[in-house]
Structure formats: C-alpha cells, structure tokens
Design a protein around this ligand. Structure first.
Ligand code: MRU
Length: 358
C-alpha cells in the first residue's frame, strides 16, 4: 500500500546490502524511517520493541531473522538456538512460532552450504503468500461489505480496533483488506478507529495508513464504540487476531472483547479477519493462551511530537501509581459473527473452520 504516494511492503530483503529492511513502526506517524536489520539479534529486538508488530508481520520478521542467522553461521545447532530466541521474543501471536517452525522444517533437511539460500527463498515465499492471502481475505470480506451497502445505499461505518492493517502484515492487512477493496470499488466507507491504548496502534498506525489511502476515518477513544453502536452509527466491526483457537475463540488486542460485547448487545455484526496461519490447532482452552504483559511504562508514559518536531516521551501518571499492562484479551466465539479467512468466510466454531478445508 502507499505512503506518500509510493508503494511499500512492511519488510523486504535488500539484495545489494544482503540485509533486511523494515519500516520502523515506533516512529509512525510522526517520522517515516526505514531501518536496516543486519543480524538475527536485530530482528529479535525489532519484534520485542515493536518496530515491527502485528501477527503476520512478526512471523515474517522471524523468518527473515533465520535468514540473517544462516548468513552468519550455517550450522544446525545455531539454527535451533536462534529459533528458540525468536519464538520467545513475543508470546501471544501464533504466527511467530508458525513461521519459525515452517523455516526449520525446510532447513533441517538442507546441506549446510544451501542453508542461507533456502532460508531466503522460504522467507520470501512466506511474505508473498501473506500478500496473496490478505488480498483473498479482502475479496471474501468485500462481499460482506457489498451486501450491507446494497441494503443501506449509504456510507458504511466500520469500527476497527488496534491495527490489523497492512502495517501489521506484509501488505493489504487482514481487517483493512476488505475496506481497501471496497474503497477501490467506489463503495463509500468511513472507519471508526479505536485509539487502542496504551500503544495507540489505532491512532498511530490504522488512521495513518487509511489517510495515506484516502479513506475517511475518525479516531475515537477506546470507550466510545459502545455509544456509537447504541446510536446506530456502526454498521459492522472488523478486527484482526493474534491467535484464534480451533473452537473459534479469538485472542486479539486488549479491548477487543469489550467491543464484541457491545456489538452483540446492539446487534452489530462483529467480524474477525485472519490468515489460516493465525489458527492455533493445539490449544483447546483459551485460558491456556499466553497473554503478553508488557512494561507498565507503556501506560504511564506517552510518545508525542513537540513543537520542534522531535519525538518526546512524557510521564502522564502520578509517579507513585502502579499500573498493569495486559496486551491481549479473548473474545469467545459466541460473540464473533463470522471469521473471514483466505479460504472463505465461516462460522467461528470447530465445524465452521473444518468446513473451510473440505
Ligand atoms: O501488539 P500488536 O500491535 O502486535 O498487536 C496487533 C494486533 O492485535 C492485531 O490486531 C493482530 O495482530 C492482527 S494483525 C493482522
């Protein structure tokens, strides 16, 4: 998608420098900085500090981490060690583990001399697949937006939480992909963007990327969605997910659950868009999903830009106060209207997901 009118992916391999490049998302929307990742440690750090974030993108970054590892040391023991460190860099999004395991499966049967090239081919494949799967999610979600538009014939108001846009994937996004395709087709769309405290992925990233694509959007405080739904000002919700269980329970950015409850109470359809790689087929009970708890400073301090255009970090809480920063919550399947995947749209249930594979 576009930034400043120019097409970008979120991550790519620089063939000249033989390194990986990313858009540093910690500086958006105030500064657009392309950052070099030269080592596997750089990729681990980028995931930890959220220079890259969003389930599919951290998976792809981990895949490239193993490419950089194999460039340095084409040894299977080193591959195992780096894989473990990459998987441990963030706990909740399953795509991280999925991508690392896919890379390992490919590499473990390779001759040492071929490890780097094979890793590079596979990481590029993961990225290309992600682009095409997200576009397909868009096509499948577009049909839902078209149905609503055909009966409403007026601007469709869509509420989204966090950033499940192209910045969270390689391109297109999951939740935003149907929005981009509907916009391209001329369907009038307006997006309510949840700010998404404490990291403000909605305000800083979703609104930014929608602006760059010319899609009307309004940032709202996280607690505003409920009243908008009561007033009939939301036609549908679409969010992404970091891990969806085979029973349809959805783990996504903290606050998603409350939006789903409000949507249920107000009969607003609540959709979750995801690639199949975000499904955890092993964990059966959502209580067993590892929920990331991040540094409480993300709550007590905020980044902003001062009058000189410099990014500053300011304390906004009493110094003595304690705070708690859980990053994800679980939306039970019963509150999810449908899952939108690259394979089709299905019920959020074991049966629904099974039908996708028939
Ligand atoms: O903590 P983040 O910014 O990595 O969380 C991202 C989300 O919760 C997204 O909604 C989710 O990963 C889906 S991304 C297509």
């Amino acid at each position: 998608m576009k930034i400043g009118g120019k097409e970008f992916n979120t991550i790519w391999f620089n063939e000249i420098n033989q390194n990986v490049q990313i858009i540093d998302q910690t500086k958006l929307p105030h500064k657009f900085i392309i950052k070099d990742l030269n080592t596997v440690e750089d990729t681990i750090n980028a995931i930890k500090v959220m220079e890259v974030r969003g389930a599919p993108l951290i998976g792809a970054t981990a895949a490239y981490g193993l490419v950089l590892a194999m460039k340095k040391n084409n040894d299977v023991k080193y591959l195992e060690k780096c894989s473990k460190n990459l998987i441990n860099s963030r706990p909740t999004a399953i795509n991280l583990e999925w991508a690392v395991n896919r890379m390992k499966n490919k590499l473990l049967s390779c001759k040492p001399a071929n490890l780097f090239n094979t890793a590079l081919d596979e990481a590029k494949k993961i990225c290309l697949e992600d682009i095409s799967f997200c576009e397909q999610i868009g096509q499948n979600g577009l049909r839902i937006i078209e149905q609503i538009y055909n009966s409403k014939k007026k601007t469709i108001n869509i509420l989204t939480h966090c950033n499940a846009g192209w910045l969270a994937t390689i391109n297109w996004g999951t939740a935003t992909s149907p929005i981009y395709l509907a916009h391209k087709k001329g369907i009038p769309i307006h997006v309510w963007v949840d700010e998404t405290r404490p990291r403000n992925q909605g305000a800083n990233l979703t609104s930014y990327e929608l602006n760059e694509e010319g899609i009307p959007n309004t940032i709202i405080a996280d607690n505003t969605g409920g009243i908008l739904m009561q007033r009939g000002q939301v036609d549908m919700c679409i969010v992404g997910t970091d891990r969806t269980l085979s029973n349809g329970d959805v783990c996504n950015k903290i606050g998603t659950y409350l939006k789903a409850l409000a949507a249920h109470d107000n009969k607003v359809p609540f959709y979750v868009a995801l690639p199949i790689s975000t499904i955890d087929w092993n964990i059966k009970d959502s209580k067993d999903i590892p929920i990331e708890e991040r540094n409480s400073k993300e709550l007590s301090n905020v980044d902003g830009v001062n009058s000189k255009g410099e990014i500053e970090n300011l304390l906004i809480y009493p110094k003595k106060s304690k705070s708690m920063n859980l990053a994800f919550d679980i939306t039970p399947a019963k509150y999810v209207t449908k899952l939108i995947t690259e394979k089709g749209v299905c019920d959020a249930s074991a049966e629904g997901l099974k039908n996708l594979f028939k």
